[in-house]
Design a protein. Structure first.
Length: 488
């Protein structure tokens, strides 16, 4: 599809224009499509991003993908985190100690996805794109945003080729150098995590290279900076390279020749053992947070709203969950008559989450980005993130308080995550009579006793968090009304 096939302003071309087809933009477009919301996904590049800037999917993100119907495909394409291997000796060819980067856990009934899994960002995007196409969506490539203006009813976006597209809402998912954020004049508040630059690249190695696919390889003794090489699923002998520079004034050479030279100098992998440099980038670790996430009918999500160090695999995951939080709210406003003020809860909920996650990734980076000084525990899994005390959290019952992540469980009536799956709200009744006639947006289930919930009524939001809870239905109607989920 090309912009030439998109209706020019002044007519409304789509309910939502999503700028940027990275993980956040693709997840948002998929979620909107399954809600019947027309969305136009515009990508500046001629193709989807080809590399693995992000590669770790935390357990909470896996739950999001399960709801979107993508988990089986993603899990089949992914792999578990390999153990780290330190190479030693004067030429870096002696296998040293091994250790785990992550603290491994066993799945439980409440938390079926216990550990992070590895899949390159490009591979994840390809699977999201397939899902989007299956739902009738599409990505418009070579669509460079150059300007925008908004009024009380719409946003008009201007593109480099002269096209103008009018839409009801626009969401900037266009990365750390966001054009949408710049056009809005939204500032970022943050700090330099580390003045030393990084080079990040995807490499295909020949069979005779010393490294294998079983370990995450580390050479940390080079005077000019350490190197780690992580095997990626999806292609034979594909690895992600992260190289740190000890000199903060260094300028990484991201050409294929420069990457080959770096590897030959710092590791026992010779230049001719690099069959292909798929992608390479110069990265300066920063932690920054947008001062606001919404300006009228324009919103920011993903790296456009927060910039992370790669330590702890938090950036991509936080971005996916931004989109997941925003998608159902846009759907309720555009299709279910919810007040537009519902969109104010997006910033209120997600900005504090991003601030906390930035603190985690910054600390992990400074402890030991490439070495053995830090392991990733439960704090990076994002299962403990919630919205207690937030604008869409009301009441408590049994073992849970509104704003908590809704636990999974396998009961005689079915698996809870399967009951939640889809764009609807879910009311769980444990030992309490549920109200009748809540309408088609609320799926009601009377269930066997389950300690993870206890006795009461529990309304699960479309993004898997407990929105409302009570021992009786008092207050439920008011909650459904303000989210556009009331019957009628």
């Amino acid at each position: 599809m090309e912009l030439n096939n998109v209706k020019q302003a002044p007519g409304i071309a789509a309910d939502v224009l999503v700028v940027g087809a990275g993980p956040a933009g693709l997840v948002l477009a998929v979620d909107l499509a399954r809600r019947g919301v027309s969305a136009l996904l515009a990508e500046k590049g001629a193709t989807l991003f080809p590399g693995s800037r992000g590669k770790g999917l935390q357990p909470r993100t896996q739950e999001v993908l399960y709801d979107l119907g993508l988990f089986d495909d993603v899990r089949a394409a992914a792999r578990t985190y390999p153990r780290m291997l330190a190479w030693e000796g004067p030429d870096g060819t002696v296998r040293g100690r091994e250790w785990d980067m992550i603290e491994r856990s066993e799945p439980t009934a409440q938390t079926p996805f216990a550990d992070a899994i590895l899949i390159g960002q490009a591979h994840l995007q390809a699977l999201l794109h397939e899902q989007l196409v299956a739902l009738g969506g599409e990505v418009v490539h070579d669509a460079e945003l150059t300007g925008l203006e908004q009024d009380s009813d719409s946003v008009t976006a201007h593109f480099a080729d002269g096209h103008r597209v009018r839409t009801r809402y626009l969401v900037g998912c266009d990365g750390g150098r966001s054009t949408v954020r710049e056009l809005l004049g939204v500032t970022m508040t943050g700090e330099t995590v580390d003045p030393r630059p990084l080079l990040v690249a995807d490499l295909v190695l020949t069979e005779d290279a010393v490294v294998d696919d079983r370990n995450w390889h580390a050479w940390t003794g080079a005077p000019d900076g350490g190197v780690v090489l992580c095997p990626l699923p999806g292609a034979e002998r594909l690895f992600q390279l992260v190289a740190q520079y000890s000199d903060e004034n260094a300028v990484p050479d991201v050409t294929p020749e420069g990457v080959r030279k770096l590897m030959a100098v710092r590791t026992p992998v010779s230049a001719d053992q690099i069959a292909e440099v798929v992608w390479a980038s110069d990265f300066r670790p920063r932690a920054a947070l947008a001062d606001r996430y919404r300006d009228g009918r324009v919103l920011l999500a993903g790296d456009a709203a927060h910039i992370h160090s790669p330590a702890g695999a938090q950036g991509l995951n936080t971005s996916v969950q931004d989109a997941y939080n925003l998608g159902w709210k846009l759907g309720q406003v555009l299709r279910r008559g919810a007040p537009a003020t519902l969109l104010d809860t997006y910033e209120a909920e997600r900005q504090p989450v991003a601030a906390g996650v930035l603190g985690v990734s910054t600390r992990l980076h400074r402890e030991a980005l490439l070495g053995e000084g830090s392991r990733r525990g439960d704090e990076v899994k994002q299962l403990g993130i919630g919205y207690r005390g937030g604008p869409l959290s009301s009441g408590r019952a049994g073992a849970l308080e509104s704003g908590d992540r809704a636990p999974d469980g396998v009961l005689p009536e079915g698996r809870l995550f399967d009951l939640f799956r889809g764009p609807h709200f879910t009311l769980l009744a444990f030992g309490t009579e549920p109200p009748a006639d809540l309408g088609d947006q609320v799926h009601v289930h009377e269930l066997s006793p389950y300690d993870a919930y206890g006795r009461g009524l529990f309304l699960i939001r479309p993004d898997g968090y407990l929105g409302w809870a009570g021992e009786t239905a008092e207050g439920l109607d008011e909650y459904l009304a303000k989210t556009g989920a009331a019957a009628g």
